[in-house]
Design a protein around this ligand. Structure first.
Ligand SMILES: C[S@@+](CC[C@H](N)C(=O)[O-])C[C@H]1O[C@@H](n2cnc3c(N)ncnc32)[C@H](O)[C@@H]1O
Length: 229
């Protein structure tokens, strides 16, 4: 099979074979992609955490312990976290990976504009990562783990492609056991998803991750976990 290079990213998922939830349709809609990095993400993040997104992105990137190897930024969107990691770890190669062509096009454009040389973008699904086992020194995943259709499969794939003792650095959203009605209605419509903290920790444990550090602010949750076996 031949995989095309489109607009500067390698398309490892040609065709639209995977069913996607409504929120993912939004992530492919060009007007949403255009305002995502500057408005949607920082405003949504502030509401969820009362923190500044740009500042937290720098901190999240700094959680990565191994900065000389290959780093996967899973569900990279327009490359907002990817570019930060690439700047912080100029001796690493950073792969930005996402399902949305319009997000990737924007990521490529902004990366070129910033003159970053150590970033590559690929299109594919987090549920079937097209990489060999033990490939990456670190995997980051911000604002997306809760969106995936099958979270066991996604965490299993992250564990598979990470090297032993490699870092999984993640920012995600937690929900209360009994969310208010409006949250349940919105989630049913958009399927934006959230985790219960004990379920998430149990999932990390099942896929051989040791939790190394964690921070919670409101419904926002950031952690670093290392692959242990
Ligand atoms: C909320 S954005 C997060 C973007 C960026 N990481 C950030 O922190 O702002 C979620 C991203 O997940 C991507 N995504 C959703 N489902 C995916 C899947 N199954 N495989 C790969 N990417 C996916 C979407 O295309 C979107 O770009």
């Amino acid at each position: 099979m031949v995989f095309p290079v489109r607009d500067g990213y390698l398309d490892l998922h040609p065709g639209d074979s995977e069913p996607i939830p409504p929120i993912q349709h939004l992530m492919q809609f060009p007007p949403v992609v255009a305002v995502y990095e500057g408005v949607w993400r920082p405003v949504g993040y502030f509401i969820a955490s009362k923190h500044s997104f740009p500042k937290d992105v720098e901190r999240i990137a700094s959680f990565i312990q191994r900065r000389h190897g290959l780093i996967l930024d899973l569900a990279c969107g327009p490359g907002n976290v990817t570019r930060n990691i690439a700047r912080l770890a100029p001796e690493s190669i950073v792969v930005g990976f996402d399902l949305s062509p319009s997000m990737l096009e924007r990521a490529v454009r902004l990366t070129r504009k910033e003159g970053l040389q150590n970033v590559y973008y690929m299109r594919g699904s987090a549920l079937t990562l097209p990489f060999k086992p033990d490939t990456f020194d670190a995997v980051t995943c911000c604002g997306a783990l809760q969106l995936f259709r099958d979270q066991d499969q996604a965490v299993g794939e992250i564990s598979r492609v990470l090297k032993l003792h490699g870092d999984f650095v993640c920012q995600t959203t937690l929900g209360p056991r009994t969310p208010p009605l409006w949250v349940r209605i919105a989630d049913r419509m958009l399927k934006f998803g959230y985790f219960y903290l004990d379920d998430l920790k149990d999932r990390l444990d099942r896929f051989n991750f040791d939790l190394k550090s964690e921070e919670r602010s409101n419904i926002n949750y950031i952690f670093r976990a290392a692959k242990s076996g």
